[in-house]
Design a binder for this molecule. Sequence first.
Ligand code: FAD
Length: 432
Amino acid sequence: MTKTGLVWFRNDLRIHDQISLVKAAKENDFVMGIYCFDPRQYEKDRFGFVKTANYRAQFLIETVNALQQELSEYNIPLFVHIGNPEEIIPEYVKIHTITSVYLQKEWTSEEVNVFENVKNAVSNTVDWIETYDQFLYHPEDIPYEIAKIPQVFTGFRKKCEKYASIRELETISKMPKKNRVEQLTKVPTLQDLGLPDFEKDTRSAFPFKGGEKAGLERLKQYSWDTKKLSYYKKTRNGLVGTDYSSKFSAWLANGSLSPRMIYHEIQKYESQIVKNQSTYWMIFELIWRDFFKYISLKYRNDIFKLEGILHKQYDWNSDPKLIQQWIDGETAEPFVNANMLELKRTGWMSNRGRQNVASYFARTLQLDWRIGAAYFESVLLDYDVHSNYGNWMYVSGVGNDPRNRTFNVKLQAERYDTNKKFQNLWLQTSLF
Ligand code: FAD
């Protein structure tokens, strides 16, 4: 019997180190890919924010375009549609007599619901092959059962560093020419998704393009070409420019860059250029990224609840005027305003900025943190469900911060924006 595998791409939009793709190519006579722009992801959420606003949507469009081209070099067609996966995928399964569907394993409720609906809508007998492919440390390799993931990051990191290793990269080989099929589907535009076009702000700290080639190029540029990686620990709290931090997050979030790829590249860099605190710190931060994924794997939907994983009750409010002022950069704190304007105009904000604006929102103004998180979800270029909700809970006192702090925004501005370069960049010109 002819075996035909369908790779259902979601947040694993790459060819390098892509386990579903590698498995599908090994196990089948024919392989094809599919990506669905799910219209529900472009509608308004319960707080009135478009779930995926134009910055991230544009980055995604660029990513899927790049993926389609790259797959075609491997003789693999990528079909792209706007529509609900539960309506589109069963059609493909039927028409192309698909025998197995390969996909990255997700566990957050929206993704799980859609997957269940797809499975229910498929009448053929199909093998569903799900693989965790978003982690640095694979869930089978960590020295913990998921139920016993610790509450505090340091313990988790130390034990993983000591007992777990990071897997080697997987590579796919080219499919034979007969695998090519004519495919006439096109990647949508922002307009097709019902979103407005925009001009890129010249002040953006993230002037990069979507797509795995661009992500790999950024990795090369940040490490081998400019050697900025060697200084990461000293610059990572910066606020202005492209190079104070790696900016890998947007590619990591939609899976166009593999965290294992970054890790192995750093290993090479350490053996050929320099091994120092900065090169280590980049891996340390990637472990934070894993940690939030493990926290959400352990606590599931609790990460979306007001009382968080700690089940803590606070006196939250949801004053629409305060929320709007925060979004528009019109609060009493210039440092918060500068960061919020950067986010609104570019879809980007530094880690230092995110910590401050989130702390100001949830702790100083005592606004329902889920509304701030939903706004981030809408606008951020690099939105990732685990990192976003994990960090918001952390800052808001319902997550993994053992110190339960409130940021002193004025002191933070003095320390990290001493000469007001960042504030001037966003506040002075915002008048025009
Ligand atoms: P670098 O400093 O160069 O770090 C390298 C990589 O390490 C990042 O790309 C990221 O994958 C990981 N990393 C670094 N810091 C963190 C962190 N605190 N938590 C998890 N991973 C980390 N990150 C997202 O990717 N998506 C989000 O939706 C997101 N929402 C956030 C919301 C709040 C309130 C806060 C405080 C932080 C959030 N972060 C999020 C984490 C962090 O701010 C970004 O990952 C980082 O700023 C991205 O820039 P970079 O790639 O240049 O990071």
